[in-house]
Design a protein around this ligand. Structure first.
Ligand code: PHE
Length: 340
């Protein structure tokens, strides 16, 4: 029996020395220390030991058992330390490593241009107002002095939602909404999407406009020219000049088309200005007295100026973009070139 214990002890030490994981340690416990383990079997074999030797033998086995338990605990502690050390190592952060680059988006060129335009005009005291993209005939046409069957309705190829509801063809209905909501002095910008059934390299069925409206006492065409002059200088550069050409819009009288001197050739004539030295950038004029009346503003007391600027047009000129479709394709190779 003693020889057996000695052999078991040697075997146990050898096995403990080989243990690498908690799983192996559990197995060790099963094999030696559980009820079915080899130390319990030793106890059972005690019955075959001569009676007088039993107490001494029992004591030896018990001592072996507590020794085995103690060794088991030791190895267990070693395993815990090992596990902790391994976890520490795995979770270690090397703060000297180069950081991962997170791709950041940029603003869309139309948004950049829109913000820049708002910036320039808010410097002159303009507020920003937004109106609905789906408008009624009244706001989009009638109250802007474009009666039903008025030939000017053909100037804009309208998308009709129903007989009286349209996708707004311009931001000018914003003028009506502003004048309904507040009384002069008024100085607002109305940026937004507009829709027309029209599509080629410079026209898109959906595009952006920025409306401007100023209503106060003694507003004249000079105020319009002064403001727009300041605007184009801020956007295209100090050497750029403006020129007003007579035009026609039903809601302004007089109406003007505003050109800027070509900033590519300085006015000599090039491909950008098609040899004329001038580039058309917007339409505007003095608010028609009937439009003021339609909004309950007395044209004897007040006068107003209004203008509408195509945001894409400004962006195309500013960045030298020759196809309006590029703005809406969301091609990253295009979009990434614009940093704000
Ligand atoms: N609404 C006109 C257009 O879209 C532009 C405009 C606005 C003209 C304000 C005069 C005054 O063509």
């Amino acid at each position: 029996m003693e020889a057996k214990i000695k052999a078991l002890r040697e075997q146990m030490e050898e096995e403990l020395g080989r243990i690498q994981s908690k799983g192996e340690l559990d197995e060790f416990w099963q094999n030696y220390l559980s009820k079915k383990g080899s130390i319990s079997s030793l106890m059972k074999e005690l019955g075959s030991v001569p009676k007088e030797d039993r107490p001494a033998m029992g004591k030896v086995i018990n001592e072996f058992k507590s020794y085995a338990e103690q060794r088991y605990q030791e190895v267990r502690r070693r395993m815990d330390e090992l596990e902790l050390a391994m976890r520490d190592k795995a979770e270690q952060v090397d703060i000297t490593m180069p950081a991962k680059k997170r791709p950041t988006g940029t603003l869309h060129p139309i948004t950049i241009t829109k913000n820049e335009m708002i910036d320039v005009f808010s410097g002159m005291g303009f507020e920003v107002f937004e109106g609905p993209e789906i408008e009624d005939d009244d706001h989009n046409f009638s109250r802007l002095n474009v009666a039903k069957n008025h030939p000017a309705r053909d100037m804009q190829d309208t998308f009709y939602v129903s007989e009286d509801i349209v996708l707004r063809t311009h931001t000018s209905p914003g003028q009506i909404r502003v004048m309904d909501a507040k009384k002069p002095p008024i100085k607002v910008l109305v940026p937004g999407r507009v829709f027309r059934s029209d599509s080629d390299a410079t026209h898109s069925p959906m595009f952006y406009q920025m409306e401007g409206l100023v209503v106060d006492r003694h507003i004249t065409l000079c105020d319009l020219q002064g403001m727009l002059d300041e605007f184009v200088k801020k956007i295209f550069g100090d050497s750029v000049k403006t020129r007003l050409r007579p035009s026609y819009f039903p809601f302004t009288e007089p109406s003007v088309e505003v050109d800027v001197s070509c900033f590519a050739c300085g006015g000599k004539g090039c491909s950008l200005c098609k040899g004329t030295g001038w580039i058309e950038v917007l339409g505007g004029g003095i608010v028609h007295h009937r439009v003021l009346e339609n909004c309950g503003i007395d044209p004897q007391v007040y006068s107003g100026l209004a203008f509408g600027i195509g945001i894409e047009r400004i962006a195309m000129l500013k960045y030298g973009i020759n196809n309006i479709g590029l703005f809406y394709e969301n091609d990253l190779r295009f979009l990434k070139q614009f940093k704000n």
